[in-house]
Design a binder for this molecule. Structure first.
Ligand code: CDV
Length: 283
């Protein structure tokens, strides 16, 4: 008997620093409702979906930095998303900045179709620098985040094995291989990727190729479905790429976002394709 799960990718447009959490959660709620109306059973939101991508700045004020982090999940604003998951019977993976007792992490939480937390993942590959370097490096994730310490966990989501990864993780073959070895059938990924990096402006025209290439290769070589959500568009003066997609274990892009704003794409993923691809290519 063939198994399937309908996945939605909820791409967001930019989330400016001036946007309140309330306004942002309103947007995410609208996307989740749209996804559910389109038939989605599980949705993925971008990395750092509640705030602007603040590691583009060198901030020194502790209160200013703390304001980007969530001390609780669900919290006062995000509780509405969990309630909506239960109402719509559609869970989600949500990227956010986590302030925890053991550190500060770039995290994604997985909510079930009952609105309860199933598990979470903390970004392993934290890119950039921990200090500004002569005005060239403007990606300071290592200044604000500890490396993830949970490995690549895989969770049961209504009978489907689901793992998560965050942005730079998607470029590394180990991410997909660890998820596959841990039994994942679906990898949910959120990202914030600048169109131009100060270190390598000449590579700007390859950003979309280098977005899709590793996800298509990772899906194909590890026989996984990959669903990836961008935070896209001009965010606080920095252009972020879009290109949110759902990739099949065949390596094909099954669904692709067209714009740089809030947008939902869905695909009914055939999980039996995993065994078929494994048998044909890797047996
Ligand atoms: N948020 C990220 O991890 N962004 C990186 C950039 C800095 C290269 C990425 O891999 O897209």
């Amino acid at each position: 008997m063939s198994r399937s799960i309908t996945l939605a990718v909820c791409q967001t447009g930019p989330i400016q620093r001036s946007d309140t959490r309330h306004e942002t959660v309103d947007r995410l709620l609208h996307l989740l409702e749209t996804a559910a109306a389109m038939g989605a059973e599980l949705a993925v939101f971008p990395e750092m979906a509640l705030t602007t991508f603040f590691p583009r700045w060198h901030l020194t004020d502790a209160d200013e930095i703390a304001a980007f982090f969530e001390a609780a999940m669900p919290g006062p604003e995000t509780a509405r998303l969990f309630a909506a998951a239960a109402r719509l019977r559609c869970g989600f993976a949500l990227g956010y900045c986590e302030a925890a007792a053991d550190g500060r992490f770039n995290t994604a939480v997985l909510a079930g179709p009952d609105g309860e937390i199933i598990g979470k993942y903390r970004k392993v590959h934290v890119p950039g620098s921990d200090k500004p370097q002569d005005g060239t490096t403007v990606h300071l994730e290592r200044l604000y985040f500890d490396p993830g310490n949970l490995g690549f966990p895989v969770f049961d989501y209504r009978g489907t094995r689901v793992g998560m990864a965050i942005c730079n993780d998607r470029r590394w073959p180990e991410t997909y291989r660890m998820l596959m070895l841990n039994g994942a059938e679906v990898a949910l990924i959120g990202y914030n990727t600048p169109q131009v990096l100060a270190e390598a402006p000449a590579l700007a025209h390859l950003r979309m190729l280098h977005n899709h290439l590793p996800m298509q290769a990772g899906a194909y070589q590890n026989t996984l479905w990959v669903a990836a959500a961008a935070k896209a568009g001009l965010e606080d003066g920095q252009a972020l790429i879009g290109g949110s997609c759902i990739v099949s274990p065949t390596g094909e892009i099954a669904a692709l976002a067209m714009g740089l704003g809030d947008e939902v794409i869905i695909h009914r993923t055939d999980l039996s394709l995993i065994a078929a691809c494994r048998k044909v290519n890797f047996d």
